[in-house]
Ligand binder design. Structure first.
Ligand code: HEC
Ligand code: HEC
Length: 303
């Protein structure tokens, strides 16, 4: 923008300097006079150009610049107070449970899914209230995938959301992050275990697989396929009433989940991609097989 204004300025400058007279140079030869005039004139034009550039830098451009630099400014300023330990810890656990699928465990983003939040200027420039509102509403028109409201986890309460906001602040400014113990994945809840045992018809070994599958599903699949695998509009399909899923044996299903399905794949029906392993490369075959077992149990109990 700036250089564009500078290119334009000699023309704008001409009319404004029409009455300007260079100091008398009659003793100088013609060429030297012309040169001096040119130098003086271009100097005036550049000065004028600079002035115009400043004058035309609307407050909107200024706001855009400040927005782009918001995260740099945050890091250049003295750190704000350290975050409350319990809030940051709880926020971290929620983040890993709900947001990791798209934003990564460290918040640095997953290619093809969610953005890097650690250096996001948009986040740095938002108030806590605005950030909370964004997380609550999601980004239905998001790019490259929609971000579902509350990251797809309806169960998040207002205080959970406030803890998430605190944790995201810590991701943006590590100086504020308390020393958190390593993340320990929560095991299946008592309700998950009871459901799994019922679905497994009392077979405890199978029940353990199903319960483990439920935990993996909640962390890596539910953001797009919904809590009960009934789908999230714009993100992922219903996996229960689903002929494609019912038609695959475990091996083919495992292969599919490991591969995913690009938006450009002819078999893609939604125009949205299914990332390989749901975007979580850490999943082992056994984890995925447990998810398959879990999905089968949901299908059986939905009949
Ligand atoms: C299904 C994937 C997905 C999940 C799950 C998800 N997000 Fe997002 N999120 C996105 C995408 C994609 C964007 C970028 C959307 C855009 O701006 O076009 C985004 C944007 C954001 C932004 C704004 C970043 C910016 O620079 O504008 C914040 C903050 C955010 N997400 C926080 C969260 C939190 C917190 C969670 C968990 C509660 C979460 N997200 C869960 C996909 C996801
Ligand atoms: C970022 C969103 C996202 C995540 C995370 C995700 N999926 Fe998907 N998944 C999709 C989309 C979108 C489709 C549909 C693609 C299409 O249009 O064909 C899909 C399709 C599928 C299908 C095929 C359904 C059909 O009818 O074609 C299966 C099975 C599946 N996903 C399982 C999983 C499992 C298991 C996980 C977790 C390990 C997971 N997905 C994680 C978005 C996601």
């Amino acid at each position: 923008m700036g250089s564009y204004q500078l290119h334009k300025s000699p023309h704008t400058g001409t009319s404004n300097t029409a009455h300007w007279r260079p100091p008398s140079t009659s003793q100088l030869p013609q060429t030297a006079r012309a040169m001096l005039l040119a130098v003086l004139f271009s100097g005036a034009s550049i000065a004028m150009g600079g002035y115009l550039m400043k004058a035309s830098a609307s407050s909107k451009q200024e706001a855009t610049r400040r927005l782009i630099e918001a995260h740099q400014n945050l890091m250049a300023a003295p750190a704000l107070a350290e975050l409350d330990f319990d809030q940051a810890l709880h926020g971290r656990d929620l983040f890993v449970g709900t947001c990791k699928a798209c934003h990564g465990e460290q918040g640095t983003g997953v290619p093809g899914l969610g953005k890097d939040l650690t250096t996001s200027p948009a986040v740095a420039s938002m108030s806590d209230a605005a950030l909370l509102k964004l997380i609550a509403a999601g980004r239905p028109q998001g790019n490259p995938v929609p971000m579902p409201p509350k990251g797809g986890n309806d169960a998040l309460s207002d205080s959970d959301m406030a803890d998430l906001v605190a944790y995201v602040r810590g991701l943006q400014d590590p100086r504020r992050m308390p020393d958190l113990p390593a993340f320990v994945a929560a095991g299946p809840s008592e309700a998950d275990k009871a459901n799994a045992l019922a679905a497994a018809g009392g077979d405890e070994e199978l029940a353990a697989y199903i319960a483990h599958g439920a935990v993996i599903y909640a962390g890596s699949c539910s953001a797009c396929h919904g809590k009960d695998a009934r789908g999230v509009k714009g993100n992922g399909k219903d996996l229960i009433d689903n002929e494609f899923c019912k038609s695959l044996n475990d091996d083919d299903m495992l292969a599919f989940i490991k591969r995913g399905r690009d938006p450009g794949d002819p078999a893609n029906t939604t125009g949205v991609g299914m990332p390989a392993k749901g975007g979580n490369p850490a999943l082992k075959d056994d984890d995925i097989l447990d998810v398959i077992e879990y999905l089968r149990s949901l299908r059986a109990s939905s009949k």
